[in-house]
Design a protein around this ligand. Structure first.
Ligand code: ADP
Ligand code: MN
Ligand code: MN
Ligand code: MN
Length: 371
């Protein structure tokens, strides 16, 4: 065991003593927000005199932001969770970021998402996302991989110490999310050993984005405790055909009801006319990450062309076999990269499938498309 990992595990034992100290009625609230990179999270904690009953009891706060200049931004609490690290009554609170004039700042894609979801409320749009991630050691190498590289077959959902690395992270993250009140609905091992997936959903509207971002925050914190790093890079191993995505599953009230398949097919027809616009918002770098990822190899589709099929995974949009059998439920857009912003992805889907777009060849574009 290296000196570094020894001292990491020592900290965890010593920490237990301090967390067992009583602390009166004060409540520790950790503010969590998306920073200017559009993919990294930050947090800081403050003491409130009592336990907040709801989000309205948690005051706004401020932080400094480097946007060329150092500017002051306002953190506005939007959704509260239980803190699975320091336990009840402490809270984790997801925040939106605004500038000094109370305008949502560039990386704040939640604000426009809330607005669009308000316009399509009667459709009752549900979303579920499948977050894939890859674990790395502090040395920057894939966590647990033998020095000679991987020798075994790469299959998802594998079992065995010689096939998957880091299951403890997956298990602990799952439990921590359930404690927090994050709507996690499953996990599985992925194709690269030390690559994992968790699913969040189904949730209505913006709530999905809030839950996914908090699940990402909890993942990074659990990884701190284990001394590993979770990467949401779309292509974590540059010379491998295996990649990390964040598939989004989408349905409306009509799609979920009897005869829903015709609404699913209509939505997919609309999506087929706006492929390039969606690709631009399905990673935080305007499509550059997906250009590396979507190579048509190994369960990925083409970066350039739209495709769809039932019960096949190397396509842009898939109708799951069970959906085709029952004739209703939901469809899956497999294009979002692991580091995508769920608010932008949900907004793009709703704008194309439910608002405005006629579905005729308008791929060149609506100005309002999420960016
Ligand atoms: P896959 O077969 O693509 O690996 P998963 O089982 O990993 O699928 O994920 C399925 C996702 O679909 C989950 O995130 C779940 O929340 C979501 N989901 C289930 N039902 C619905 C629905 N009616 N509308 C939208 N999403 C749904
Ligand atoms: Mn999945
Ligand atoms: Mn997967
Ligand atoms: Mn999927």
């Amino acid at each position: 065991m290296s000196v570094l990992s020894e001292s990491l595990s020592l900290h965890k034992i010593v920490k237990k003593h301090y967390l067992s100290l009583s602390k009166g009625t004060e409540c520790q609230v950790t503010y969590v927000w998306i920073d200017e990179t559009k993919e990294n999270l930050r947090c800081k904690t403050r003491t409130l005199s009592g336990e907040p009953a709801g989000i309205r009891d948690i005051p706004e706060w401020s932080d400094t932001w480097s946007d060329g200049d150092l500017i002051e931004v306002t953190l506005v609490p939007v959704r509260m969770f239980r803190d699975p690290f320091t336990l009840d009554p402490n809270k984790l609170v997801l925040c939106e970021v605004f500038d000094s004039r109370h305008v949502p700042i560039g990386s704040n894609q939640r604000s426009p998402c809330v607005k669009v979801m308000g316009e399509v409320k009667e459709f009752q749009p549900w979303f579920g996302m499948e977050q894939e991630y890859m674990l790395f050691g502090l040395d920057g190498k894939p966590f647990g991989w033998p020095p000679q590289g991987l020798q075994f077959t790469r299959v998802p959902c594998a079992v065995g110490i010689n096939k998957v690395y880091g299951r403890d992270i997956c298990i602990c993250h799952y439990r921590a999310c359930l404690y927090a009140g994050v709507k996690i609905d499953g996990t599985n091992a992925e194709a690269l050993a030390s690559q994992w997936e968790f699913q969040v959903g189904p949730c209505e509207g913006t709530e999905l984005g809030d839950n996914l971002w908090m699940a990402r925050y909890i993942l990074h914190r659990v990884c701190e405790d284990f001394g590993v790093v979770a990467s949401l890079d779309a292509k974590p191993i540059e010379d491998s055909i295996y990649t990390s995505g964040c598939h989004i599953n989408f349905s409306t009230k009509e799609m979920r009801g009897e005869g829903g398949l015709q609404y699913i097919e209509e939505a997919i027809r609309r999506l087929s006319n706006r492929h390039s616009q969606h690709i631009r918002v399905y990673d935080p770098h305007g499509g550059l990450d997906n250009m590396r990822r979507l190579t048509s190899q190994r369960a990925t589709s083409s970066f350039h062309d739209f495709s769809t099929a039932t019960a096949r995974r190397n396509v842009s949009v898939r109708i799951p076999a069970h959906v085709s059998c029952r004739g209703c439920k939901y469809f899956e857009d497999r294009r979002p990269a692991a580091n995508c912003d769920p608010y932008s992805v949900m907004r793009a889907l709703v704008e194309t499938c439910l608002l405005g777009a006629t579905g005729e060849n308008d791929d060149e574009g609506k100005e309002t498309m999420a960016s």
